[in-house]
Design a binder for this molecule. Structure first.
Ligand SMILES: Nc1ncnc2c1ncn2[C@@H]1O[C@H](COP(=O)(O)OP(=O)(O)OP(=O)(O)O)[C@@H](O)[C@H]1O
Length: 556
Protein backbone atom coordinates (compact mmCIF):
# COMPACT_ATOMS: atom_id res chain seq x y z
CA UNK A 1 0.00 0.00 0.00
CA UNK A 2 2.83 2.38 0.97
CA UNK A 3 4.51 1.47 -2.31
CA UNK A 4 1.43 2.18 -4.42
CA UNK A 5 0.75 5.47 -2.64
CA UNK A 6 4.35 6.70 -2.94
CA UNK A 7 4.38 5.64 -6.56
CA UNK A 8 1.13 7.44 -7.34
CA UNK A 9 2.46 10.54 -5.59
CA UNK A 10 5.53 10.35 -7.83
CA UNK A 11 3.24 11.04 -10.74
CA UNK A 12 1.89 14.24 -9.25
CA UNK A 13 5.02 16.41 -9.35
CA UNK A 14 5.42 16.46 -13.16
CA UNK A 15 1.70 17.24 -13.47
CA UNK A 16 2.09 20.20 -11.10
CA UNK A 17 5.25 21.29 -12.99
CA UNK A 18 3.25 21.11 -16.23
CA UNK A 19 0.55 23.29 -14.72
CA UNK A 20 3.17 25.79 -13.45
CA UNK A 21 4.70 26.10 -16.95
CA UNK A 22 1.45 26.18 -18.92
CA UNK A 23 -0.71 28.23 -16.54
CA UNK A 24 1.71 30.34 -14.47
CA UNK A 25 4.76 30.86 -16.76
CA UNK A 26 2.98 30.91 -20.13
CA UNK A 27 -0.64 31.67 -19.07
CA UNK A 28 0.34 34.34 -16.50
CA UNK A 29 -1.97 33.05 -13.68
CA UNK A 30 0.50 34.14 -10.97
CA UNK A 31 -1.89 33.60 -8.03
CA UNK A 32 -1.64 29.87 -8.69
CA UNK A 33 2.11 29.76 -8.11
CA UNK A 34 1.97 29.52 -4.31
CA UNK A 35 -0.66 26.76 -4.12
CA UNK A 36 1.24 24.82 -6.80
CA UNK A 37 4.55 25.16 -4.92
CA UNK A 38 2.79 24.14 -1.68
CA UNK A 39 1.44 21.15 -3.61
CA UNK A 40 4.94 20.23 -4.82
CA UNK A 41 6.28 20.47 -1.27
CA UNK A 42 3.41 18.43 0.20
CA UNK A 43 3.82 15.69 -2.39
CA UNK A 44 7.60 15.55 -1.87
CA UNK A 45 7.26 15.28 1.93
CA UNK A 46 4.52 12.63 1.81
CA UNK A 47 6.55 10.67 -0.69
CA UNK A 48 9.59 10.71 1.59
CA UNK A 49 7.58 9.34 4.52
CA UNK A 50 5.87 6.70 2.41
CA UNK A 51 9.19 5.79 0.77
CA UNK A 52 10.71 5.12 4.18
CA UNK A 53 7.73 2.98 5.24
CA UNK A 54 7.94 1.06 1.99
CA UNK A 55 11.69 0.35 2.40
CA UNK A 56 11.23 -0.74 5.98
CA UNK A 57 8.33 -3.07 5.24
CA UNK A 58 10.10 -4.62 2.28
CA UNK A 59 13.26 -5.22 4.29
CA UNK A 60 11.20 -6.77 7.05
CA UNK A 61 9.39 -8.99 4.59
CA UNK A 62 12.54 -10.14 2.82
CA UNK A 63 14.34 -10.83 6.09
CA UNK A 64 11.41 -12.94 7.22
CA UNK A 65 11.46 -14.85 3.94
CA UNK A 66 15.15 -15.60 4.32
CA UNK A 67 14.92 -16.66 7.93
CA UNK A 68 12.08 -18.98 7.02
CA UNK A 69 14.01 -20.35 4.03
CA UNK A 70 17.09 -20.98 6.16
CA UNK A 71 14.98 -22.69 8.82
CA UNK A 72 13.21 -24.85 6.28
CA UNK A 73 16.43 -25.80 4.49
CA UNK A 74 18.10 -26.70 7.77
CA UNK A 75 15.09 -28.70 8.98
CA UNK A 76 14.91 -30.56 5.68
CA UNK A 77 18.63 -31.38 5.63
CA UNK A 78 18.33 -32.72 9.17
CA UNK A 79 15.50 -35.04 8.07
CA UNK A 80 17.59 -36.70 5.35
CA UNK A 81 19.04 -40.16 5.83
CA UNK A 82 22.65 -41.26 6.27
CA UNK A 83 22.91 -42.27 2.62
CA UNK A 84 22.42 -38.66 1.52
CA UNK A 85 25.29 -37.48 3.70
CA UNK A 86 27.53 -40.22 2.30
CA UNK A 87 27.36 -38.46 -1.06
CA UNK A 88 27.14 -34.81 0.01
CA UNK A 89 29.90 -32.96 1.73
CA UNK A 90 29.61 -30.37 4.46
CA UNK A 91 31.10 -27.55 2.37
CA UNK A 92 28.49 -27.94 -0.34
CA UNK A 93 25.62 -27.96 2.12
CA UNK A 94 27.09 -24.92 3.86
CA UNK A 95 27.21 -23.11 0.50
CA UNK A 96 23.53 -23.86 -0.06
CA UNK A 97 22.65 -22.58 3.40
CA UNK A 98 24.67 -19.39 3.01
CA UNK A 99 25.36 -18.20 -0.57
CA UNK A 100 22.25 -19.62 -2.17
CA UNK A 101 19.93 -18.46 0.57
CA UNK A 102 21.60 -15.01 0.42
CA UNK A 103 20.98 -14.89 -3.33
CA UNK A 104 17.32 -15.60 -2.76
CA UNK A 105 17.27 -12.83 -0.14
CA UNK A 106 18.84 -10.44 -2.62
CA UNK A 107 16.25 -11.31 -5.20
CA UNK A 108 13.37 -10.89 -2.77
CA UNK A 109 14.68 -7.79 -1.02
CA UNK A 110 15.74 -5.86 -4.12
CA UNK A 111 14.58 -7.74 -7.17
CA UNK A 112 11.01 -8.37 -6.20
CA UNK A 113 10.52 -4.82 -4.97
CA UNK A 114 11.98 -3.43 -8.13
CA UNK A 115 9.87 -5.68 -10.35
CA UNK A 116 6.67 -4.59 -8.64
CA UNK A 117 7.73 -0.95 -8.59
CA UNK A 118 8.95 -0.94 -12.17
CA UNK A 119 5.88 -2.71 -13.49
CA UNK A 120 3.61 -0.16 -11.79
CA UNK A 121 5.73 2.78 -12.97
CA UNK A 122 5.77 1.41 -16.48
CA UNK A 123 2.03 0.85 -16.73
CA UNK A 124 1.08 4.18 -15.14
CA UNK A 125 3.63 6.13 -17.21
CA UNK A 126 2.58 4.38 -20.40
CA UNK A 127 -1.06 5.29 -19.75
CA UNK A 128 -0.25 8.91 -19.02
CA UNK A 129 2.18 9.35 -21.90
CA UNK A 130 -0.27 7.81 -24.35
CA UNK A 131 -2.86 10.21 -23.01
CA UNK A 132 -0.43 13.16 -23.52
CA UNK A 133 0.66 12.17 -27.00
CA UNK A 134 0.33 8.63 -28.32
CA UNK A 135 2.51 9.25 -31.39
CA UNK A 136 5.51 10.43 -29.37
CA UNK A 137 4.99 7.51 -26.94
CA UNK A 138 4.95 5.03 -29.81
CA UNK A 139 8.17 6.44 -31.33
CA UNK A 140 10.01 6.19 -28.02
CA UNK A 141 8.67 2.69 -27.34
CA UNK A 142 9.74 1.39 -30.75
CA UNK A 143 13.28 2.49 -30.03
CA UNK A 144 13.28 0.98 -26.55
CA UNK A 145 11.58 -2.37 -27.17
CA UNK A 146 14.69 -4.23 -28.39
CA UNK A 147 15.89 -3.87 -24.81
CA UNK A 148 13.48 -6.66 -23.89
CA UNK A 149 15.08 -8.96 -26.48
CA UNK A 150 18.55 -8.11 -25.17
CA UNK A 151 17.36 -8.91 -21.64
CA UNK A 152 16.15 -12.37 -22.67
CA UNK A 153 19.55 -13.15 -24.22
CA UNK A 154 21.23 -11.95 -21.06
CA UNK A 155 19.04 -14.22 -18.95
CA UNK A 156 19.95 -17.29 -21.01
CA UNK A 157 23.68 -16.78 -20.73
CA UNK A 158 23.65 -15.61 -17.12
CA UNK A 159 21.70 -18.55 -15.67
CA UNK A 160 24.28 -21.03 -16.96
CA UNK A 161 27.12 -18.88 -15.77
CA UNK A 162 25.63 -18.47 -12.28
CA UNK A 163 25.15 -22.23 -12.03
CA UNK A 164 28.84 -22.67 -12.67
CA UNK A 165 29.68 -20.01 -10.10
CA UNK A 166 27.41 -21.57 -7.50
CA UNK A 167 28.87 -25.07 -8.05
CA UNK A 168 32.35 -23.69 -7.83
CA UNK A 169 31.64 -21.80 -4.61
CA UNK A 170 30.41 -25.07 -3.12
CA UNK A 171 33.74 -26.72 -4.03
CA UNK A 172 35.68 -23.76 -2.71
CA UNK A 173 33.77 -23.93 0.57
CA UNK A 174 34.41 -27.65 0.85
CA UNK A 175 38.15 -27.20 0.34
CA UNK A 176 38.32 -24.34 2.84
CA UNK A 177 36.16 -26.14 5.38
CA UNK A 178 38.11 -29.41 5.12
CA UNK A 179 41.48 -27.70 5.30
CA UNK A 180 40.54 -25.60 8.30
CA UNK A 181 38.97 -28.60 10.07
CA UNK A 182 42.00 -30.72 9.18
CA UNK A 183 44.58 -28.01 9.73
CA UNK A 184 46.52 -30.12 12.23
CA UNK A 185 46.87 -32.93 9.72
CA UNK A 186 47.90 -30.50 6.99
CA UNK A 187 50.59 -29.06 9.26
CA UNK A 188 51.72 -32.45 10.53
CA UNK A 189 52.34 -33.53 6.94
CA UNK A 190 53.87 -30.15 6.01
CA UNK A 191 51.28 -29.75 3.30
CA UNK A 192 50.49 -26.08 3.94
CA UNK A 193 52.07 -24.87 0.70
CA UNK A 194 50.31 -27.48 -1.36
CA UNK A 195 46.94 -26.80 0.27
CA UNK A 196 47.36 -23.02 -0.01
CA UNK A 197 48.25 -23.49 -3.68
CA UNK A 198 45.15 -25.67 -4.17
CA UNK A 199 42.99 -23.02 -2.58
CA UNK A 200 44.59 -20.23 -4.62
CA UNK A 201 43.94 -22.21 -7.76
CA UNK A 202 40.27 -22.64 -6.84
CA UNK A 203 39.98 -18.99 -5.91
CA UNK A 204 41.51 -18.04 -9.26
CA UNK A 205 38.92 -20.19 -11.01
CA UNK A 206 36.27 -18.41 -8.96
CA UNK A 207 37.66 -15.09 -10.15
CA UNK A 208 37.64 -16.32 -13.76
CA UNK A 209 34.04 -17.47 -13.54
CA UNK A 210 32.98 -14.16 -12.03
CA UNK A 211 34.94 -12.25 -14.68
CA UNK A 212 33.15 -14.29 -17.34
CA UNK A 213 29.85 -13.23 -15.83
CA UNK A 214 30.98 -9.59 -15.68
CA UNK A 215 31.93 -9.86 -19.35
CA UNK A 216 28.46 -11.19 -20.19
CA UNK A 217 26.95 -8.23 -18.36
CA UNK A 218 29.25 -5.73 -20.04
CA UNK A 219 28.35 -7.15 -23.46
CA UNK A 220 24.73 -6.33 -22.87
CA UNK A 221 24.74 -3.08 -20.98
CA UNK A 222 26.17 -0.73 -23.65
CA UNK A 223 23.42 -1.53 -26.21
CA UNK A 224 20.81 -1.06 -23.48
CA UNK A 225 22.37 2.28 -22.62
CA UNK A 226 22.49 3.31 -26.27
CA UNK A 227 18.86 2.47 -26.89
CA UNK A 228 17.63 4.36 -23.84
CA UNK A 229 19.67 7.43 -24.81
CA UNK A 230 18.35 7.24 -28.35
CA UNK A 231 14.81 7.20 -26.97
CA UNK A 232 15.51 10.43 -25.06
CA UNK A 233 16.98 12.07 -28.17
CA UNK A 234 13.94 10.99 -30.22
CA UNK A 235 11.63 12.39 -27.55
CA UNK A 236 13.34 15.79 -27.59
CA UNK A 237 13.42 15.93 -31.39
CA UNK A 238 9.88 14.72 -32.12
CA UNK A 239 8.41 16.31 -28.98
CA UNK A 240 9.96 19.68 -29.93
CA UNK A 241 8.45 19.28 -33.34
CA UNK A 242 5.00 18.53 -31.89
CA UNK A 243 5.24 21.65 -29.68
CA UNK A 244 6.02 23.81 -32.72
CA UNK A 245 3.04 22.32 -34.60
CA UNK A 246 0.85 23.01 -31.57
CA UNK A 247 0.06 19.33 -31.04
CA UNK A 248 1.52 19.54 -27.52
CA UNK A 249 2.03 22.36 -25.01
CA UNK A 250 5.49 23.09 -23.70
CA UNK A 251 4.37 22.11 -20.19
CA UNK A 252 3.19 18.74 -21.48
CA UNK A 253 6.56 18.14 -23.16
CA UNK A 254 8.35 18.97 -19.90
CA UNK A 255 6.05 16.56 -18.02
CA UNK A 256 6.56 14.02 -20.82
CA UNK A 257 10.33 14.29 -20.47
CA UNK A 258 9.99 13.41 -16.77
CA UNK A 259 7.51 10.58 -17.25
CA UNK A 260 9.53 9.02 -20.05
CA UNK A 261 12.10 8.05 -17.39
CA UNK A 262 9.39 5.96 -15.80
CA UNK A 263 9.44 3.92 -19.00
CA UNK A 264 13.20 4.08 -19.43
CA UNK A 265 14.17 3.01 -15.91
CA UNK A 266 12.06 -0.14 -15.82
CA UNK A 267 13.56 -1.15 -19.16
CA UNK A 268 17.10 -0.30 -18.08
CA UNK A 269 16.52 -2.14 -14.79
CA UNK A 270 15.51 -5.17 -16.79
CA UNK A 271 19.14 -6.06 -17.47
CA UNK A 272 20.00 -5.86 -13.80
CA UNK A 273 16.80 -7.60 -12.78
CA UNK A 274 17.37 -10.38 -15.26
CA UNK A 275 20.85 -10.79 -13.89
CA UNK A 276 19.47 -11.01 -10.36
CA UNK A 277 16.70 -13.35 -11.50
CA UNK A 278 19.24 -15.64 -13.18
CA UNK A 279 21.29 -15.77 -10.03
CA UNK A 280 18.17 -16.45 -8.04
CA UNK A 281 16.99 -19.09 -10.50
CA UNK A 282 20.22 -21.02 -10.23
CA UNK A 283 20.27 -20.74 -6.42
CA UNK A 284 16.62 -21.70 -6.14
CA UNK A 285 17.32 -24.66 -8.43
CA UNK A 286 20.05 -25.87 -6.07
CA UNK A 287 17.85 -25.38 -3.02
CA UNK A 288 14.97 -27.10 -4.77
CA UNK A 289 17.20 -30.10 -5.40
CA UNK A 290 17.74 -30.37 -1.65
CA UNK A 291 14.02 -29.98 -0.95
CA UNK A 292 13.17 -32.65 -3.53
CA UNK A 293 15.48 -35.06 -1.75
CA UNK A 294 13.31 -37.37 0.31
CA UNK A 295 14.62 -39.22 3.37
CA UNK A 296 15.42 -42.68 1.98
CA UNK A 297 14.35 -44.24 5.28
CA UNK A 298 10.91 -43.37 6.54
CA UNK A 299 8.30 -44.77 8.88
CA UNK A 300 6.04 -47.35 7.31
CA UNK A 301 2.32 -46.59 7.53
CA UNK A 302 1.85 -49.31 10.12
CA UNK A 303 4.87 -48.34 12.26
CA UNK A 304 4.17 -47.78 15.93
CA UNK A 305 6.12 -46.36 18.86
CA UNK A 306 6.18 -49.36 21.17
CA UNK A 307 7.97 -49.49 24.51
CA UNK A 308 11.24 -51.37 24.01
CA UNK A 309 12.87 -53.71 26.50
CA UNK A 310 15.96 -54.39 24.39
CA UNK A 311 15.90 -57.91 22.91
CA UNK A 312 17.52 -57.71 19.48
CA UNK A 313 17.37 -60.47 16.90
CA UNK A 314 18.96 -60.66 13.44
CA UNK A 315 17.45 -63.24 11.06
CA UNK A 316 19.19 -64.27 7.82
CA UNK A 317 20.14 -60.69 7.13
CA UNK A 318 21.87 -59.56 3.96
CA UNK A 319 22.97 -55.99 3.43
CA UNK A 320 24.84 -53.90 0.90
CA UNK A 321 25.43 -50.14 0.56
CA UNK A 322 24.58 -50.40 -3.11
CA UNK A 323 27.44 -52.53 -4.39
CA UNK A 324 28.67 -55.88 -3.12
CA UNK A 325 27.12 -57.43 -0.04
CA UNK A 326 28.72 -56.11 3.12
CA UNK A 327 26.79 -58.48 5.39
CA UNK A 328 25.51 -61.96 4.59
CA UNK A 329 23.52 -64.60 6.49
CA UNK A 330 23.61 -62.71 9.75
CA UNK A 331 21.55 -64.43 12.42
CA UNK A 332 21.86 -64.14 16.19
CA UNK A 333 19.84 -63.10 19.21
CA UNK A 334 20.84 -60.68 21.95
CA UNK A 335 18.64 -61.18 24.99
CA UNK A 336 17.33 -58.11 26.79
CA UNK A 337 20.06 -56.75 29.08
CA UNK A 338 22.73 -59.05 27.65
CA UNK A 339 26.11 -58.05 26.25
CA UNK A 340 27.10 -58.95 22.71
CA UNK A 341 30.68 -58.35 21.67
CA UNK A 342 31.70 -58.18 18.05
CA UNK A 343 35.26 -58.75 16.92
CA UNK A 344 36.70 -59.17 13.50
CA UNK A 345 39.12 -57.95 10.91
CA UNK A 346 38.91 -54.37 9.72
CA UNK A 347 36.20 -53.86 7.10
CA UNK A 348 34.48 -57.11 8.06
CA UNK A 349 31.16 -55.32 8.63
CA UNK A 350 31.03 -54.76 12.39
CA UNK A 351 29.95 -51.09 12.25
CA UNK A 352 27.54 -51.81 9.40
CA UNK A 353 25.89 -54.53 11.48
CA UNK A 354 25.31 -52.37 14.55
CA UNK A 355 24.31 -49.40 12.35
CA UNK A 356 21.41 -51.44 10.98
CA UNK A 357 19.80 -51.73 14.41
CA UNK A 358 19.04 -47.98 14.33
CA UNK A 359 17.95 -48.24 10.66
CA UNK A 360 20.63 -45.87 9.43
CA UNK A 361 20.55 -47.87 6.22
CA UNK A 362 17.95 -50.21 4.74
CA UNK A 363 18.90 -53.89 4.51
CA UNK A 364 17.97 -55.93 1.46
CA UNK A 365 16.75 -59.22 2.89
CA UNK A 366 16.17 -60.96 6.20
CA UNK A 367 14.99 -59.10 9.26
CA UNK A 368 15.93 -57.41 12.47
CA UNK A 369 13.50 -57.71 15.34
CA UNK A 370 13.42 -55.75 18.54
CA UNK A 371 11.32 -57.38 21.24
CA UNK A 372 10.11 -59.68 18.41
CA UNK A 373 8.80 -56.74 16.35
CA UNK A 374 10.44 -56.10 12.93
CA UNK A 375 12.25 -52.75 13.19
CA UNK A 376 10.41 -51.47 10.12
CA UNK A 377 7.24 -51.69 12.23
CA UNK A 378 8.70 -49.41 14.89
CA UNK A 379 8.77 -45.66 14.28
CA UNK A 380 12.23 -44.24 13.68
CA UNK A 381 11.68 -41.82 16.52
CA UNK A 382 10.87 -44.59 19.01
CA UNK A 383 13.66 -46.79 17.71
CA UNK A 384 16.36 -44.16 18.03
CA UNK A 385 14.99 -42.74 21.26
CA UNK A 386 15.59 -46.15 22.78
CA UNK A 387 19.17 -46.40 21.60
CA UNK A 388 22.41 -44.76 22.50
CA UNK A 389 25.39 -44.97 20.24
CA UNK A 390 29.03 -44.14 20.72
CA UNK A 391 30.43 -44.09 17.20
CA UNK A 392 33.94 -45.02 16.22
CA UNK A 393 34.72 -41.44 15.31
CA UNK A 394 34.05 -39.46 18.49
CA UNK A 395 32.22 -36.23 17.80
CA UNK A 396 32.01 -33.53 20.43
CA UNK A 397 30.45 -30.13 19.93
CA UNK A 398 32.41 -26.99 20.76
CA UNK A 399 30.46 -26.42 23.94
CA UNK A 400 30.76 -27.34 27.61
CA UNK A 401 31.39 -30.92 28.64
CA UNK A 402 28.02 -31.03 30.40
CA UNK A 403 26.16 -29.85 27.27
CA UNK A 404 27.88 -32.57 25.31
CA UNK A 405 26.78 -35.13 27.87
CA UNK A 406 23.24 -33.72 27.99
CA UNK A 407 22.90 -34.37 24.28
CA UNK A 408 22.02 -37.87 25.51
CA UNK A 409 19.16 -36.60 27.64
CA UNK A 410 18.32 -32.95 27.67
CA UNK A 411 16.49 -32.88 30.99
CA UNK A 412 19.28 -34.62 32.94
CA UNK A 413 20.12 -32.94 36.25
CA UNK A 414 23.63 -31.78 37.19
CA UNK A 415 23.92 -34.71 39.56
CA UNK A 416 22.99 -37.12 36.77
CA UNK A 417 25.63 -35.56 34.49
CA UNK A 418 28.26 -36.06 37.18
CA UNK A 419 27.07 -39.62 37.81
CA UNK A 420 27.28 -40.43 34.07
CA UNK A 421 30.80 -38.98 33.89
CA UNK A 422 31.76 -41.10 36.94
CA UNK A 423 30.38 -44.27 35.40
CA UNK A 424 32.27 -43.45 32.19
CA UNK A 425 35.46 -43.19 34.31
CA UNK A 426 35.88 -39.56 33.23
CA UNK A 427 37.50 -38.57 36.55
CA UNK A 428 39.70 -36.07 34.71
CA UNK A 429 36.67 -33.75 34.39
CA UNK A 430 36.74 -33.13 38.15
CA UNK A 431 40.33 -31.92 37.84
CA UNK A 432 39.52 -29.29 35.19
CA UNK A 433 39.20 -25.78 36.61
CA UNK A 434 35.56 -25.44 35.51
CA UNK A 435 34.69 -29.12 35.91
CA UNK A 436 31.80 -30.21 33.68
CA UNK A 437 31.26 -26.55 32.74
CA UNK A 438 34.60 -26.51 30.91
CA UNK A 439 34.21 -25.44 27.32
CA UNK A 440 35.94 -27.70 24.85
CA UNK A 441 37.15 -26.78 21.38
CA UNK A 442 35.67 -27.95 18.12
CA UNK A 443 35.42 -31.75 17.99
CA UNK A 444 36.87 -31.83 21.51
CA UNK A 445 40.13 -30.03 20.83
CA UNK A 446 42.07 -29.78 24.07
CA UNK A 447 41.17 -33.30 25.17
CA UNK A 448 43.01 -36.54 24.59
CA UNK A 449 41.48 -39.28 22.46
CA UNK A 450 40.62 -41.36 25.53
CA UNK A 451 39.11 -38.34 27.33
CA UNK A 452 36.89 -37.61 24.34
CA UNK A 453 35.77 -41.22 24.22
CA UNK A 454 34.78 -41.17 27.89
CA UNK A 455 32.67 -38.01 27.44
CA UNK A 456 30.97 -39.66 24.48
CA UNK A 457 30.30 -42.75 26.61
CA UNK A 458 28.89 -40.60 29.44
CA UNK A 459 26.54 -39.12 26.83
CA UNK A 460 25.34 -42.62 26.00
CA UNK A 461 25.03 -43.67 29.65
CA UNK A 462 22.87 -40.69 30.63
CA UNK A 463 20.37 -41.67 27.96
CA UNK A 464 19.44 -44.80 29.95
CA UNK A 465 18.33 -46.48 26.80
CA UNK A 466 17.42 -50.17 26.51
CA UNK A 467 19.98 -50.59 23.71
CA UNK A 468 23.53 -49.25 23.78
CA UNK A 469 26.15 -49.57 21.06
CA UNK A 470 29.84 -48.91 21.61
CA UNK A 471 31.58 -48.97 18.25
CA UNK A 472 35.25 -49.31 19.05
CA UNK A 473 34.52 -46.64 21.65
CA UNK A 474 37.07 -47.75 24.22
CA UNK A 475 39.99 -48.18 21.83
CA UNK A 476 41.90 -45.20 23.24
CA UNK A 477 41.54 -46.27 26.87
CA UNK A 478 44.12 -48.19 28.81
CA UNK A 479 43.15 -51.74 29.72
CA UNK A 480 42.45 -50.96 33.36
CA UNK A 481 40.14 -48.04 32.63
CA UNK A 482 38.42 -50.02 29.86
CA UNK A 483 37.83 -52.91 32.24
CA UNK A 484 36.41 -50.62 34.96
CA UNK A 485 34.21 -48.79 32.48
CA UNK A 486 32.78 -51.97 30.96
CA UNK A 487 32.09 -53.33 34.41
CA UNK A 488 30.18 -50.14 35.24
CA UNK A 489 28.16 -50.50 32.04
CA UNK A 490 27.25 -54.07 32.88
CA UNK A 491 25.76 -52.90 36.16
CA UNK A 492 23.87 -49.89 34.89
CA UNK A 493 20.44 -49.51 36.50
CA UNK A 494 18.92 -49.21 32.99
CA UNK A 495 20.16 -52.75 32.15
CA UNK A 496 20.84 -51.96 28.54
CA UNK A 497 21.41 -54.58 25.92
CA UNK A 498 24.99 -53.77 25.10
CA UNK A 499 26.76 -54.18 21.77
CA UNK A 500 30.51 -53.74 22.03
CA UNK A 501 32.76 -53.65 19.03
CA UNK A 502 36.31 -54.08 20.27
CA UNK A 503 39.64 -55.54 19.37
CA UNK A 504 40.93 -56.49 22.82
CA UNK A 505 40.08 -59.83 24.37
CA UNK A 506 39.93 -58.10 27.75
CA UNK A 507 37.03 -55.96 26.47
CA UNK A 508 34.92 -58.80 25.08
CA UNK A 509 35.80 -61.61 27.45
CA UNK A 510 32.85 -61.16 29.80
CA UNK A 511 30.22 -60.77 27.06
CA UNK A 512 27.28 -63.17 27.01
CA UNK A 513 27.82 -63.70 23.30
CA UNK A 514 30.92 -63.02 21.22
CA UNK A 515 30.59 -62.84 17.42
CA UNK A 516 33.67 -63.13 15.23
CA UNK A 517 33.24 -61.59 11.80
CA UNK A 518 35.09 -61.97 8.56
CA UNK A 519 34.10 -60.65 5.14
CA UNK A 520 30.58 -59.80 6.25
CA UNK A 521 29.85 -63.17 7.83
CA UNK A 522 29.81 -64.45 11.39
CA UNK A 523 32.44 -67.15 11.36
CA UNK A 524 32.41 -67.99 15.07
CA UNK A 525 30.11 -67.38 17.98
CA UNK A 526 29.89 -68.27 21.65
CA UNK A 527 31.15 -67.27 25.06
CA UNK A 528 34.82 -66.64 25.78
CA UNK A 529 35.25 -70.12 27.26
CA UNK A 530 33.46 -71.80 24.34
CA UNK A 531 35.51 -69.93 21.76
CA UNK A 532 38.82 -70.57 23.50
CA UNK A 533 37.93 -74.24 23.74
CA UNK A 534 37.04 -74.29 20.07
CA UNK A 535 40.56 -73.24 19.09
CA UNK A 536 39.48 -71.15 16.06
CA UNK A 537 39.99 -67.53 15.02
CA UNK A 538 39.06 -66.15 18.45
CA UNK A 539 41.53 -68.49 20.12
CA UNK A 540 44.25 -67.26 17.74
CA UNK A 541 43.58 -63.64 18.71
CA UNK A 542 43.48 -64.65 22.36
CA UNK A 543 46.81 -66.47 22.05
CA UNK A 544 48.38 -63.52 20.18
CA UNK A 545 47.28 -61.01 22.82
CA UNK A 546 48.21 -63.17 25.76
CA UNK A 547 51.50 -64.14 24.17
CA UNK A 548 52.38 -60.44 24.26
CA UNK A 549 51.19 -60.29 27.81
CA UNK A 550 53.20 -63.42 28.77
CA UNK A 551 56.36 -62.20 27.01
CA UNK A 552 56.01 -58.87 28.78
CA UNK A 553 55.76 -60.72 32.06
CA UNK A 554 58.83 -62.77 31.14
CA UNK A 555 60.78 -59.60 30.27
CA UNK A 556 59.78 -58.08 33.57
N1 LIG B 1 28.70 -45.52 4.14
C1 LIG B 1 29.22 -46.49 3.40
N2 LIG B 1 28.99 -46.56 2.07
C2 LIG B 1 29.52 -47.54 1.32
N3 LIG B 1 30.29 -48.53 1.81
C3 LIG B 1 30.56 -48.53 3.12
C4 LIG B 1 30.05 -47.50 3.99
N4 LIG B 1 30.48 -47.76 5.24
C5 LIG B 1 31.24 -48.88 5.16
N5 LIG B 1 31.29 -49.34 3.90
C6 LIG B 1 31.98 -50.57 3.44
O1 LIG B 1 31.40 -51.67 4.11
C7 LIG B 1 32.39 -52.59 4.50
C8 LIG B 1 32.27 -52.87 5.99
O2 LIG B 1 32.58 -51.67 6.68
P1 LIG B 1 32.38 -51.52 8.23
O3 LIG B 1 32.69 -50.13 8.62
O4 LIG B 1 31.08 -52.07 8.64
O5 LIG B 1 33.54 -52.49 8.77
P2 LIG B 1 34.14 -52.63 10.22
O6 LIG B 1 34.25 -54.10 10.49
O7 LIG B 1 33.38 -51.84 11.22
O8 LIG B 1 35.58 -52.01 10.00
P3 LIG B 1 36.55 -51.29 11.05
O9 LIG B 1 36.96 -52.27 12.10
O10 LIG B 1 37.70 -50.87 10.20
O11 LIG B 1 35.79 -50.14 11.60
C9 LIG B 1 33.74 -52.01 4.09
O12 LIG B 1 34.11 -52.66 2.89
C10 LIG B 1 33.45 -50.56 3.82
O13 LIG B 1 34.23 -50.09 2.77
Amino acid sequence: MAMILSLVLDFFNPLITRAIIDRVVIGGERHLLLPFIAGLFGVTMSRAILGYTKEYLFDLFSTKVVIRLKDDTYRHIMKLSFKYFDTMNTGELMARMSEDVENVWNAVAFGLRLIVEDALYFVLALGLLTYFNWKLTLICLLIMLPIAWIAVQLEKRSTKSYEEISDHIAKLNTTAQENIAGVRLVKAFSRERHEIGKFFEMNRKNFELNSKQTKIMSDYFPPIELLTNLAVVAMVAFGGFFVTTGEMTLGTLVAFSTYIWNLIWPLRDMGWLINLASQNKSSLGKLEKIFKEEPSIKDSETAAGLPISGKVEFRDLTFSYGGENVLEDISFTAGSGSTVAIMGTTGSGKSSLTGLIGRYYEFQSGSILIDDVPIREITLEALRRNMSVVPQDTFLFSDTIESNVRLGRRDATDAEVIEALDLACADFVGELSDGPATIIGERGVGLSGGQKQRIAIARAIIRRSPIMILDDATSALDMDTEYKLLRNLKHLPSKSTLFIIAHRISAVKNADLILIMEDGRIIERGTHEELVARGGAYYEVYREQFKDFDSLREEA
